[in-house]
Design a protein around this ligand. Structure first.
Ligand SMILES: [Zn+2]
Length: 260
């Protein structure tokens, strides 16, 4: 039977990473229809008070306690319970998840996770490192790009595989879609020329008069479909083209916000 996009995503996860987590001690395996992804086949009943559902083995992998993998004795020791920061899992099974300074994950956690095939590493700007990595071809497509939110079931149901054309990022409770070909086209335009560099950073001005002036200025330099591309794509572009000193950016932003 053909898999739905959701089933493709959860089985992609299971085949590359999820199968490494131990089977849960939630009773015998049996066959039924998964309450999350609808896969019919082997799985487990989760009899814990707040769950009481049947999940296929792929979806179970997100919920199964894996204390040896995550070195924790906390209440929720599962992948979805522990990994709150954004992560990418690519076609070759490469798992990368940058963690910010505020994270409580220590060196022992990072070393142990790496031994289990999960690369957590500290980064100044976790999002930028992932966006840049994807843009620079660090990952093999298709891939999963996700930040699981508090609502695990909702997060899992929204997961979707990204291809080299369309990148989907499930960010807690919001789906972002990026047209990678368009972002690349925009990224090849000369940077550092005003007002293009402004636009790459802040987007096309909202104000109508300013917008018209802006479009007149850059017409000929940038294709129309690049100029009018969706906000998500601009967000992606801002993450990858923001190569100038952070201090300068902050100063310009301040100047801009004073004008408004
Ligand atoms: Zn499932």
């Amino acid at each position: 039977m053909e898999r739905t996009p959701l089933q493709e995503a959860v089985w992609f996860f299971y085949e590359r990473l999820g199968h490494r987590f131990p089977a849960p001690d939630w009773g015998e395996q049996r066959e039924d229809v998964c309450s999350i992804c609808g896969t019919e086949g082997r799985g487990y009943d989760d009899n814990r008070p707040n769950h009481r559902v049947f999940r296929c083995i792929a979806c179970t992998a997100f919920y199964a306690p894996a204390p040896d993998h995550f070195l924790t004795t906390g209440k929720d020791r599962s992948f979805a319970g522990i990994v709150k920061n954004p992560w990418v899992l690519d076609a070759n099974g490469r798992f990368r998840s940058p963690i910010g300074k505020a994270s409580r994950k220590d060196d022992a956690f990072v070393v142990n996770a790496r031994a289990h095939g999960m690369d957590f590493y500290s980064a100044e700007n976790p999002f930028q490192t992932l966006y840049r990595g994807i843009y620079d071809g660090e990952f093999a497509f298709p891939l999963l790009f996700v930040r699981l939110g508090q609502n695990k079931i909702e997060s899992m149901r929204m997961m979707r595989l990204s291809t080299s054309d369309m990148l989907f990022f499930w960010d807690k409770s919001e789906m972002r879609a990026f047209d990678l070909a368009l972002v690349r086209e925009a990224g090849r335009l000369p940077l550092g020329e005003k007002p293009w560099s402004d636009w790459a950073r802040w987007g096309i001005p909202e104000d109508l008069a300013e917008r018209v002036r802006f479009l007149k200025d850059v017409r000929g330099k940038a294709p129309f479909r690049v100029l009018t591309m969706h906000g998500d794509n601009r967000l992606f572009l801002r993450q990858v083209v923001d190569r100038e000193a952070g201090e300068k950016t902050k100063a310009e932003k301040k100047k801009r916000s004073r004008k408004q």
